[in-house]
Design a binder for this molecule. Structure first.
Ligand code: FNR
Length: 366
């Protein structure tokens, strides 16, 4: 009675299956968001308020949606973003995502709080496959330095410092689920208090004192490009440029941190005109994540100036429901949707996508 993989026609279908087959506590950890879960819903509805202005009679026999991210050529303009505790969904954990990302030539961001060890995830990659490190900054900077330098030595091509989590958001679904087995390879060595749910149990090592003053130190300990993950206002994008980092991820952490954060796509629409006006366009790579479920969402983000988008829960759900084959199919579905949508909007390459091809009036007036 479980739907066959072939009956999943889009990324949301995997979520419905995962909800049925996953253990209650695991489902709660993956699906939960902060407080009343308003922001996590907004992450979807913001995309639904952006409309297309397609071009007609463009020869779209050939379309190509490959691009580059931090200098790496990728086949599709999305990456697998960092999500903790992969073994809650699948016995093999994050390496399942690694294999699918390798097959489709997209980048995987490895979470600090992966269930598999960092080395297992790097070893699961094929020779040419690119991975990034997501970093939660430990109060003990010696530990942080070791993690960063080890990642660079093992070939990681980007350091994504999570800046929106000085304290974990209040995810009540997760707190209620009486979380017991976190299957985690937590590298912090602290004792955990499971009564607060999975998220809080594993995150007490994160340094709430992290500030802009620390950025030069990160630049001094690594040559990897540095990206700040979790930026929510254009003022901070400008500060990031000033600090000399290579990128930002506009993100509200999948609605799991500050409730009533705006959607990343709305922040993006606010940011790009300001950068253009200041002549700063191209000074920094801008990524967004949160609520991306369809290639139309990806195309909208690219039109508005994003270099690429991160996708989190859909791949976790596909992995939890069907393992590698699920993630493989989810990526293939996105590829098919991408191809169709590029044709229908009248764009041959991602360079053809621009702000003139979307109507964002109802993004603000709703
Ligand atoms: C996350 N996210 C996250 N981010 C991060 O920087 N470090 C982490 O350990 C995690 N862990 C994590 C676990 C789970 C279960 C989820 C759903 C999310 C946030 C993640 O990188 C990303 O910002 C969102 O998941 C994007 O939203 P969608 O694609 O899930 O809607």
């Amino acid at each position: 009675e479980m739907p066959l993989l072939e009956q999943c026609y889009n990324l949301l279908d995997f979520e419905a299956v995962a909800r049925r087959v996953m253990k209650k506590g695991a489902w709660a950890y993956y699906s939960s968001a902060a407080d009343d879960e308003i922001t996590v819903r907004e992450n979807h509805s913001a995309f639904h308020r952006i409309w297309f202005r397609p071009r007609i009679l463009v020869d779209v026999e050939k379309v190509d949606f490959s691009t580059t991210m931090l200098g790496t050529k990728v086949d599709m303009p999305f990456y697998v973003t960092a999500t903790a505790l992969g073994k809650l969904g699948h016995v093999e954990g994050e390496v399942v995502l690694t294999r699918a990302a390798g097959k489709h030539n997209v980048i995987q961001m490895i979470p600090t709080l992966a269930s598999c060890s960092f080395d297992e995830i790097v070893d699961a990659a094929d020779g040419s496959q690119v991975q990034w490190l997501q970093l939660y900054v430990n109060k003990d900077r010696g530990i942080t330095k070791r993690i960063v330098q080890h990642a660079e030595k093992r070939g990681c091509k980007g350091l994504f410092i999570t800046v929106d989590a000085p304290q974990l958001g209040r995810r009540e679904k997760d707190m209620r689920s009486k979380f017991t087995d976190h299957g985690s390879n937590v590298q912090s060595g602290q004792t955990t208090d499971n009564s607060q749910g999975a998220a809080r149990a594993i995150s007490s090592f994160i340094d709430p004192a992290l500030s802009w003053k620390d950025i030069p130190w990160f630049k001094s300990i690594t040559n990897m490009p540095i990206v700040l993950k979790g930026v929510q206002r254009v003022e901070d994008v400008l500060k990031a440029i000033e600090a000399g980092v290579q990128g930002v991820v506009l993100s509200n952490h999948g609605g799991r941190q500050l409730e009533f954060s705006r959607s990343a796509v709305e922040v993006l629409a606010e940011t790009m005109p300001v950068l253009r006006e200041l002549g700063l366009e191209g000074k920094i790579e801008i990524y967004i994540d949160g609520g991306v479920r369809r290639a139309t969402d990806i195309v909208k983000a690219l039109c508005l100036g994003a270099k690429g988008v991160g996708i989190g829960r859909p791949f976790l759900y596909a992995m939890s429901a069907y393992g590698f084959d699920g993630v493989d199919r989810a990526m293939q579905l996105l590829k098919d949707e991408m191809e169709m949508n590029m044709r229908l909007i009248g764009a041959n390459t991602v360079a053809d996508l621009n702000a003139n091809m979307v109507d964002v009036r109802s993004l603000y007036n709703h």
